[in-house]
Design a protein around this ligand. Structure first.
Ligand code: ZN
Length: 172
């Protein structure tokens, strides 16, 4: 049997509709349009939700000095191999970020697209409650660079997400 990672548009529609009411968005950001914009940005609406390997966090790509400095990432890699260096699913949360937020430890369920989506939504909720982004730019900053309250602003990502978001708003 052939296995496909791809998510059907009708599934993505129902997943995002179902999840939107649970998103504690600021009054300035529409949760459904935000979710759909993130799915478009990260996986072309589920057409390309394959696990992506982040070589910069892979102990195999670094020397002993790096591994000594990054003991947690190295230990997780010892347990799970390069499944611990990937981001997953239609919204592409990074494995280490999910673990650091207490959402999971075992990465293997993330190969199920529905589970990967639910875990991404859980992470999004935790991050919004903690960081309180006030705009779609803040959401993009938070999701791509980790925080919307620091000095790192991935402007290409933020602008692209805003573009997708505005198109989604027109469709609501
Ligand atoms: Zn790796």
């Amino acid at each position: 049997m052939a296995v496909k990672m791809e998510v059907a548009p009708s599934d993505l529609d129902s997943w995002t509709l179902e999840a939107a009411p649970s998103i504690p968005s600021s009054a300035l950001v529409n949760p459904l349009a935000m979710l759909r914009a993130l799915c478009r940005q990260e996986s072309s609406y589920g057409a390309n939700p394959v696990p992506r390997h982040e070589a910069i966090w892979c102990p195999n790509e670094h020397d002993k000095q790096w591994r000594d400095m990054h003991k947690v990432a190295t230990a997780r890699h010892r347990d799970w191999g390069c499944l611990a260096c990937c981001s997953y699913g239609v919204m592409q949360p990074f494995y280490h970020t999910l673990v650091d937020h207490g959402i999971l430890l075992d990465p293997t369920p993330l190969l199920d697209q529905r589970i990967a989506f639910d875990k991404a939504v859980a992470l999004l909720i935790k991050k919004i409650l903690k960081q309180r982004p006030q705009s779609i730019f803040g959401i993009g900053d938070m999701w791509n660079s980790g925080s919307c309250n620091d000095l790192i602003h991935p402007t290409n990502y933020m602008n692209s997400l805003e573009h997708h978001y505005n198109e989604e708003l027109k469709r609501l």
